[in-house]
Design a protein around this ligand. Structure first.
Ligand code: TYD
Ligand code: ZN
Length: 443
């Protein structure tokens, strides 16, 4: 099944053609110019049609008539190879009240400790230095820096989460980060030694505004560090469930280096981490500080070159791989259900809501999802309206199969669910090819 041209996806405000409400025009816009290089020569990569918001959990209701759907697709800029979502949803709609809470899983807690350590080393941070985090969520990452003696400040537009963070002693400005809010922060707290944004940079449309803010807030020799999902991993695994409206950009290192250069910053270093299906932590400094880049930046750019990621063919391969998973996963799940097996989702991740919608799997196939996030429990998943329960729900009557929607935590979850596996329970893992995993196959 070839990918449809992305630009054909639903235009017009509040369109409803016998299907869901496609909400373009009022609160979304179609991407035209590239947010990195300004180019407009786009390769259409994949198009998934209208899809609801990945974190748009809803209270159970009789009818979901007004649930908004937005066109979802990805295009690739032929000049700088930024992969961008086709439509940008208004951040006020997405982030003012947000149900995504930083995971307190072992994997993530360990990772945040390592990020703090790496940043302190790379930035030469000392006690008393100011660390500002963009998209600081409930303040878990900043707590690591505070433990190391730094002054910390979070900036996060989600008012509900900024309140939680402030209550746990992490001061948080409930705002979007911009040149303006950066100016306010500098006036009140002085220059930052480190500005960190973990899994937030790919959510930002106005990159120029954020980078201008970063430059304005950084003191001499200060470091701007961002962690983003690495497009190389996305392309390799065809993990297309990481494509949703919040993720506007999918970055290669070369693309980021180009972007930084255009805004008076210089890419200094980069490290790969396995979190969120494969991420990079990229460090940049102000150009005028003359900091010396390490070899990792050039090394990853040459890996991207060798993988052919500056040419159309790689993106056509990704679209074919995506189509294959999109066809095979529902066939596998429906076969199990037809055999009388009970299937439930493990983790109501944003990725999970995306893959279920894209694959057309609903409550007929996936009875419910379990998730540890209290904010998601007793709600229903966007689009599919599959109910979300607390993990306690399966204690009495576990399903036969869990569809692993939080596959990025596979190792930790398999360990935690050793009892379920030992009693014959199985997991369906969607990527890179839909596969059934059992206690025997895990060894
Ligand atoms: P996550 O991968 O953090 O992000 P995204 O929403 O960006 O796809 O989501 C993982 C979800 O899985 C999150 O809602 C918490 C949940 N979860 C569990 O329910 N149990 C677990 O053991 C783990 C590790 C996660
Ligand atoms: Zn571009």
């Amino acid at each position: 099944m070839p990918a449809e041209p992305a630009h054909a996806a639903g235009r017009g405000a509040g369109r409803r053609e016998g299907g869901p409400l496609v909400n373009v025009g009022e609160s979304a816009r179609q991407v035209t110019g590239c947010r990195v290089c300004g180019g407009s020569d786009w390769q259409d990569v994949v198009s998934f049609g209208p899809v609801p918001l990945a974190n748009g959990f809803l209270p159970p209701a009789e009818s979901y008539e007004d649930e908004p759907y937005y066109p979802l697709g990805v295009i690739s800029c032929r000049s700088c190879r930024l992969m961008s979502v086709t439509h940008v949803v208004d951040p006020e709609v997405l982030y003012r009240s947000y149900s995504y809470v930083t995971s307190d899983s072992e994997t993530m807690t360990r990772h945040m400790g390592r990020v703090a350590e790496t940043c302190c080393k790379r930035g030469g941070l000392a006690a008393g230095d100011l660390v500002v985090e963009l998209g600081s969520n409930t303040g878990q990452q900043l707590a690591e820096f505070r433990r190391a003696g730094m002054r910390v400040l979070g900036v996060d537009p989600a008012r509900n989460l900024a309140e939680v963070a402030s209550e746990r002693g992490i001061p948080t400005l409930p705002e979007f980060f911009s040149a303006e809010s950066a100016g306010t922060v500098r006036a009140e707290h002085g220059p930052a030694r480190l500005i960190l944004g973990r899994h937030v940079f790919a959510h930002i449309d106005d990159l120029a505004g954020v980078l201008a803010g970063a430059r304005a807030l950084l003191g001499p020799g200060g470091i701007f560090a961002i962690e983003v999902p690495y497009a190389v991993d996305l392309l390799e695994q065809a993990a297309f469930d990481t494509i949703y409206h919040e993720h506007l950009s999918y970055f290669l290192v070369r693309t980021l280096a180009t972007l930084f250069e255009r805004h008076g910053l210089c890419a200094l270093d980069v490290e790969r981490f396995p979190v969120h299906g494969g991420s990079i932590l990229v460090f940049a400094g102000r150009s005028e500080d003359g900091l010396t880049p390490g070899p990792a930046v050039a090394d990853l750019i040459s890996l991207e070159e060798r993988a052919g990621l500056f040419d159309d063919a790689a993106y056509r391969d990704f679209a074919r791989h995506t189509d294959r998973v999109r066809r095979e996963l529902p066939v596998l799940v429906r076969r199990l259900v037809a055999e009388g097996k009970r299937v439930a989702g493990y983790g109501a991740s944003a990725k999970g809501t995306t893959i279920l919608n894209i694959c057309g799997l609903g409550p007929a196939e996936v009875e419910f999802c379990i998730d540890t996030t209290v904010l998601k429990q007793d709600k229903v998943l966007p689009g599919t309206h599959i109910p979300v329960h607390s993990p306690d729900h399966v204690e009495v009557r576990p399903p036969d199969y869990f569809l692993l929607l939080a596959w990025n935590y596979a190792t930790e979850i398999f360990q935690k669910e050793a009892g379920f596996l030992a009693s014959g329970g199985r997991f369906i893992v969607p990527f890179p090819t839909p596969t059934v995993v059992s206690a025997e196959s895990l060894g």
